[in-house]
Design a protein around this ligand. Structure first.
Ligand code: GDP
Ligand code: MG
Length: 330
């Protein structure tokens, strides 16, 4: 018996069977992708890039069909790289939703950018999402230089086409065609679903012949704790103004799944005492509201009753300190 095996992809070990070889061994009989079959199997990585708020998370959720990345109207909610995986009889596509490309101002931003750069190198196809309803020249200068030295095919996606007039889309198409030799320029609406089937077919056409990278059961590489913290963060974004959401980090200190309930203990980290006061609110009302909304979404997400305990803690200037960021998993 082999005991340990792993898949190397472009020099990186992306999947180690060692840690759960026992479960893998029992799954292999019900797992067709590692078995020789007639039709060739295709698999690959697709990275979704673009400025904050252009609709990357919405698109990935549509492509994967699960609520994986949190979606809000405020920028920069997707701080980590999130993967969503879809499987078919003869294919597997691994999508990653990246933090919006931006100018790094804090250490946190720099850490976010390293996720972005990594996903550019790993990808078989890049989806560069732009908001076709508002021309924004700054993203050309910000993103294009990163694409010049890579050979990965880039699809330019004119998103939010549901908000655009046909002439506007023509102008956009002409503008973008001049910027770079894109493999495709496609008009889509991640929200409504326009063009996403065509997009899927074009992505599939670019997937190299390769066995599946992940077991078919896996929908995402992120842990339940990660989703719990993202959901709480989403509610913080919905409930507080200005700098508060950006000053908060949510740590899941405890995640205990019992038969009928999941008990979650979360710490909301802020940078200053004054922010702690705002997050908690008068008589604890603000935090209570976040808690109620988070619990509701957590229960929908996990399909189980949730008991949620929240605490607010001050970690002075956590965004600026590299060491603390490492502790928080960036
Ligand atoms: P991200 O920051 O790039 O991940 O953007 P999100 O997916 O979080 O979307 C930002 C905002 O744009 C949300 O309010 C979405 O509902 C909205 N949005 C995303 N895609 C579309 C679209 O195709 N049409 C319209 N009208 N709105 C969209
Ligand atoms: Mg996002």
């Amino acid at each position: 018996m082999g005991g340990v095996s792993e898949i190397e992809y472009k020099g990186k070990t992306i999947f180690q069977f060692q840690t759960f070889f026992c479960t893998f061994a029992t799954k292999i009989s019900s797992y067709p992708h590692f078995v020789m079959q007639d039709a060739p199997h295709h698999a690959g990585f697709v990275s979704i890039i673009g400025k904050p708020n252009v609709g990357k998370s919405t698109l990935m959720n549509r492509l994967v069909g699960e609520r994986l990345a949190i979606i809000t109207a405020k920028a920069q909610t997707t701080r980590h790289r999130i993967m969503g995986i879809i499987n078919g009889d003869n294919f597997q596509i691994v999508y990653s939703d990246t933090p919006g490309i931006l100018d790094p101002k804090y250490e946190l931003h720099k850490a976010m950018m390293s996720f972005v750069n990594q996903s550019l190198e790993d990808a078989d196809v890049l989806l560069w999402v732009v908001d076709a309803s508002s021309i924004n020249q700054s993203e050309v200068a910000l993103i294009l230089p990163r694409l010049l030295n890579i050979e990965t095919p880039v699809f330019l996606l004119l998103n939010k086409c549901d908000l655009c007039k046909p002439e506007q889309l023509e102008t956009q198409r002409a503008f973008w065609a001049l910027q770079h030799s894109f493999a495709e320029i496609i008009e889509i609406s991640g929200l409504v679903g326009t063009g996403t089937e065509e997009l899927f077919q074009k992505i599939l056409g670019r997937m190299p012949e390769h066995p599946a990278y992940y077991p078919a059961e896996d929908v995402t590489d992120r842990s339940e704790r990660f989703f719990a913290s993202e959901i709480i963060r989403e509610k913080i974004f919905m409930n507080y103004e200005q700098e508060i959401p950006y000053a908060c980090e949510v740590l899941i200190m405890d995640f205990k799944e019992k038969e009928d309930i999941i008990a979650i203990r979360a710490e909301i980290i802020v940078e200053r005492e004054s922010q702690k006061g705002i997050v908690i609110g008068k008589k604890g009302e603000a935090l209570k509201k976040v808690g109620i909304q988070a619990r509701q979404t957590l229960e929908e997400f996990f399909g189980k009753k949730v008991y949620l305990e929240q605490r607010v803690k001050v970690e002075k200037d956590w965004r600026k300190h590299d060491l603390k960021l490492k502790h928080y998993g960036y």
